[in-house]
Design a protein around this ligand. Structure first.
Ligand SMILES: NC(=O)c1ccc[n+]([C@@H]2O[C@H](COP(=O)([O-])OP(=O)(O)OC[C@H]3O[C@@H](n4cnc5c(N)ncnc54)[C@H](OP(=O)(O)O)[C@@H]3O)[C@@H](O)[C@H]2O)c1
Length: 249
């Protein structure tokens, strides 16, 4: 059994990953930004699934290196060891390039790209000491570019470059790094900010029965697979969990 560190574990896909890891017998430290109540309900659910599970939540802005350092040190004190890091926290602030503000650009790059860099750097010493580590970074099909999402697309494409570099730098030390690309999943992010035309597009083109969305467990199980023995020889890869629709307009 291993200890997981999951960013953005209070809601959506991140919460699904936390609970899947708990179900499989692992202990989990996870982070949230502001939503303490949601974090507490994930902990309560984890305790229902496995009453002896250790599952703790930490407030942290992933784009702030000072907070990542402080929380990372605290997590290592509380758990002694982390074997798996999942960078799932993410935001979108859509706008066409011509109208995109510096703030919209910087906020998304900070959370989605700088954040994973700070988190990976933070846990590398622990991984190197153990000669073992699993890093899984959650991207998006928008890494190919998506109208109105220059900041988000650039952050996710950058995440692929970061992941492949870490895979090359540290693979020989027993540390793997991979990207998981979710298609369309029903979460607050897609419910609140995804335009209806994108949902219609998905329904029309996704080669799945009735153009369905993914179930959160269908991505969480891929993450725990990559972190487990089955994923041991997978390094620097991009795994699409998209039902076969890997492009957008
Ligand atoms: N849903 C999809 O269909 C889909 C598709 C492609 C890619 N993705 C990717 O999957 C990941 C999870 O998405 P989701 O749909 O599950 O999102 P979500 O439901 O909106 O949840 C976002 C999570 O990230 C946390 N968070 C947001 N900004 C943060 C920051 N600056 N620092 C630290 N934590 C922060 C939130 O914490 P609080 O609860 O405190 O706000 C929450 O736990 C993201 O990286 C997203 O880009 C999702």
């Amino acid at each position: 059994m291993m200890n997981y560190f999951v960013t953005g574990g209070s809601r959506g896909i991140g919460a699904g990953i936390v609970l899947q890891a708990i179900e499989e017998g692992h202990d989990v430290a996870f982070t949230y930004l502001r939503n303490k109540q949601a974090a507490e309900s994930v902990i309560a659910r984890a305790k229902e699934i496995r009453p002896d599970a250790k599952c703790l939540a930490y407030a942290m802005h992933v784009g702030d290196p000072e907070q990542v350092g402080r929380v990372g040190d605290q997590v290592l004190e509380d758990f002694e060891d982390i074997g798996v890091v999942v960078n799932c926290a993410g935001v979108n602030r859509d706008n066409l390039v011509i109208s995109m503000s510096d703030e919209e650009w910087a906020d998304v790059i900070a959370a989605n790209l700088s954040g994973p860099f700070y988190v990976i750097r933070q846990f590398l010493s622990n991984f190197l000491a153990n000669r073992f580590g699993r890093i899984i970074n959650i991207s998006s099909i928008q890494n190919n570019g998506g109208t109105g999402q220059a900041n988000y697309a650039a952050s996710k494409a950058g995440l692929h470059g970061l992941t492949k570099t870490v895979a090359k730098e540290y693979g020989r030390k027993g540390i793997t790094a991979n990207v998981v690309v979710p298609g369309f999943f029903d979460t607050d992010m897609t419910r609140e900010t995804m335009p209806q035309q994108n949902k219609d597009y998905w329904k029309k083109y996704c080669p799945m029965p009735k153009g369905r969305m993914g179930e959160i467990q269908e991505i969480a199980k891929v993450v725990t697979f990559l972190a487990g023995p089955g994923g041991g020889f997978i390094n620097g890869e991009v795994i699409n969990v998209t039902g076969g629709l890997n492009w957008t307009y």
